[in-house]
Design a protein around this ligand. Sequence first.
Ligand code: AP5
Ligand code: MG
Length: 205
Amino acid sequence: MKLILLGPPGAGKGTQAVRIAARLGIAHISTGDMLRAEIRNDTPLGRMAKAILDKGELVSDDVIIGMVKNRIAMSDCARGFLFDGFPRTVAQAEALETITQIDHVINIEVQLNRLIDRISSRRMCPDCGGTYHVSQYPDGVCPCGGKLYQRDDDREETVKNRLTVYEQKTAPLIAFYQKQGNLFTVNGDASIDQVELEISEKLGA
Ligand code: AP5
Ligand code: MG
């Protein structure tokens, strides 16, 4: 199965992607995680991308499409994959159509005030990739032993710009996929388990 998870920053795309990909036995492809790995490894792409992520802007369509093409050619994508954070512009969605066919687009809807709260309280584990609310492990240590950190682009000013960029460049994808008839929307204000259940039921998984 080939899926797209659509939704604003903080909607819970990454959280649900891990669960749904594991449930279906498909690859989880997060373009944000891929870019952050390039930044951590200090590659030329990472050095170019860092300034863009820090401002909350989008990396160019050409770079992202090239990255995704290479990624879906890997063997773990043979059974299918779930995109988290891609496509993010109509140009990316149109390019994707020339590469592969998507079965379902899952749109996670969340109230704006919750998005800001979730992002500012989010902590990440560099070792296992876990994502948590700050209250879950107030000592800053992941159950795997990793030292939890806050993403550089989770600062207030950057978050505001990410939300604006989402409205301007990514939200139009909802109408794009609605027109194709393969999009369904889930209530992302519900609990993490409840959102997973709604997605699974709608996928028939
Ligand atoms: P990316 O990494 O994709 O970030 P994003 O879209 O801004 O979304 P987030 O990762 O912030 O949120 P999420 O929806 O994954 O929420 P999460 O599950 O963590 O992109 C980062 C940057 O990379 C972009 O700004 C851009 O510069 C660049 N980029 C990436 N892809 C690109 C592309 N295709 N083109 C161009 N540039 C690109 O949840 C958030 C928090 O809420 C967590 O703490 C979680 O525990 C909690 N939570 C989740 N669900 C619930 C729930 N139901 N109830 C309560 N809490 C919840
Ligand atoms: Mg994410």
